[in-house]
Design a binder for this molecule. Structure first.
Ligand code: ADP
Length: 502
């Protein structure tokens, strides 16, 4: 499908946005081309057709955006605005996103490959709810007052209190799997705290961030409060995260890049939140209904084509029901309909890029070469678009690369186990610790297992469930800090202790 073939399928706003063809940077409330004049192309991964050209921001553009955010923080009306007015602006932005949710979902689908219907139901609803949730915090940021206990001035009269202050300029660097949603997970708490932001979407999926910038403008945020710069990792992301005027970096992406960013942040003592990779276990206990567990396990890995940091990519099933559950998961996989994200019948779209498709197929081949058996799937689907068959592997040993490394695609490794202690140890035998799910109705076993699992989230009889108020993040090499919830807000605030001797 070419772009001209699909305009009739799109809402007016999505069509008008795409018809523009080229898109600029949003800095200080204005649109401008990159200083270098360079552009990047973005393709529809279902058809491989170019859908837009975006500016490729160079270090001069990064500097301009950070300085705009710095000015907006220190000099503009934003810093003097009452929290209730910040909240109102955030709610207006959430309303605008809701009004244009269909258009945003369509553009997300074209840029990323995911189903537009799923993007509307999941990505957009979650983005809107998360922004509204964080808007509510703007008016609830409190310090505390306390009686002093200064040991060397016991008789002094002292007024001691703490203030929570916004950390300052935030650089938000986000990935391509949930482009708009990840942007709002960062923008929401940053705005609620009173920070200003430079957002860099992933080079594969820059478009909804640019649509969001238009809505930021429509909502009436002062210039420089939210800036959006497009570009790649080394040319745009790296100078952004190491800019000395950036006070906090909030990153979601691979563990490899997260480590680079963590190092860069240490040089300037920039605050940093890193939400990184995973190899999340799905643990099926022997009491549970095999059909329910299999449907849950299939959804845990195949949702968003496996391009989910907390995807349930390692399935551990009690040996007495291993064959039955694996057969059912494979059956679910084989029945998934692959197709273009705008096709309402498509349950799974293409992977985001050729590079990602090759990487995922490469892992399936590595699995085979180390002795894995392909129960279903096993490689690319079709010749056009970056489609990969939902794949289930068995015969995998704990030290095989497919059992240890994050594949970030629709590839599940299924392994049998014998007892609870063994499965807890195997679930934790990974450098990652983002999520885990347990499938069982045996409360006693479930509660014994939960404290043993080293992961930021444990789901029971569900997987990848998210709530704007529940913190999300990783143990171990899955990252530092949390998105969502009060915990996320706190990471955009400094605490200042004040002593006033009376
Ligand atoms: P993936 O491996 O899933 O493509 P990455 O971790 O490479 O994800 O990318 C996530 C985000 O990080 C993207 O916006 C990308 O441009 C950005 N990025 C990549 N490399 C760097 C870097 N060295 N410094 C800052 N940002 C980077």
């Amino acid at each position: 499908m070419d772009l001209s073939d699909i305009h009739h399928l799109l809402s007016e706003r999505a069509s008008a946005f795409l018809q523009r063809g080229t898109h600029d940077l949003f800095i200080d409330g204005q649109w401008s081309a990159a200083h270098s004049g360079q552009r990047l192309t973005t393709v529809n991964p279902a058809s491989e057709a170019v859908i837009a050209q975006v500016a490729n921001a160079c270090p001069q553009d990064v500097d301009r955006a950070v300085r705009a955010a710095h000015r907006a923080f220190h000099e503009g009306p934003w810093g003097r605005m009452r929290p209730v007015d910040r909240e109102r602006l955030m709610l207006r932005l959430a309303d605008l996103i809701e009004t244009h949710a269909q258009a945003l979902a369509e553009v997300e689908s074209l840029d990323n490959g995911k189903s537009a219907a799923i993007a509307r139901a999941v990505d957009l609803n979650m983005a809107i709810d998360s922004l509204r949730y964080m808007a509510g915090w703007a008016t609830k940021i409190d310090g505390l007052t306390r009686e002093h206990n200064v040991p060397f001035a016991p008789d002094a009269q002292m007024f001691t209190y703490t203030r929570r202050e916004p950390v300052g300029v935030v650089a938000a660097v986000v990935p391509w799997n949930f482009p708009l949603l990840m942007a709002l997970w960062k923008i929401g708490p940053a705005l609620a705290a009173g920070c200003t932001i430079v957002l860099k979407p992933a080079e594969q999926t820059p478009l909804t961030a640019l649509m969001l910038a238009e809505l930021v403008q429509e909502a009436g945020f002062p210039p420089g409060v939210v800036n959006v710069i497009t570009g790649d990792g080394p040319g745009t992301g790296a100078p952004l995260v190491s800019h000395p005027l950036v006070n906090k970096v909030s990153f979601t992406g691979s563990t490899e890049v997260g480590k680079l960013i963590g190092h860069a942040c240490m040089d300037n003592m920039t605050r940093v939140t890193l939400e990184l990779g995973g190899k999340s276990p799905v643990i099926v206990l022997d009491d549970c209904d095999p059909a329910t567990a299999a449907a849950g396990a299939a959804n845990a890995i195949f949702f968003n084509h496996g391009q989910v940091c907390c995807a349930g990519s390692r399935l551990y099933v009690h040996k007495k029901m291993f064959d039955r559950v694996v057969a059912d998961v494979a059956d679910h996989a084989a029945k998934l309909t692959l197709g273009h994200g705008l096709d309402p019948g498509a349950q799974m779209g293409p992977l985001v890029s050729q590079e990602q498709m090759e990487r995922v197929c490469g892992y399936i081949d590595i699995g085979r070469s180390q002795g894995a058996e392909v129960v279903t799937g096993g490689g690319r689907a079709g010749q056009r678009g970056y489609f990969v068959q939902p794949t289930v592997l068995t015969g995998v040993q704990p030290d095989h690369r497919v059992a240890r490394e994050e594949i970030f695609g629709p590839v599940l490794v299924a392994m049998p186990y014998d007892d609870l202690d063994e499965v807890a140890a195997r679930a934790n035998d990974t450098p990652f610790g983002l999520g885990a799910s347990i499938w069982s109705n045996n409360l006693s076993k479930v509660h014994r297992l939960i404290p043993k699992i080293q992961a930021g989230t444990v789901w029971v009889n569900c997987h990848s469930t998210l709530d704007p108020g529940m913190p999300f993040g990783g143990y171990k090499q899955s990252g530092f800090g949390r998105d969502l919830g009060r915990a996320a807000l706190d990471s955009y605030l400094e605490t200042k202790s004040v002593f006033i001797q009376l």
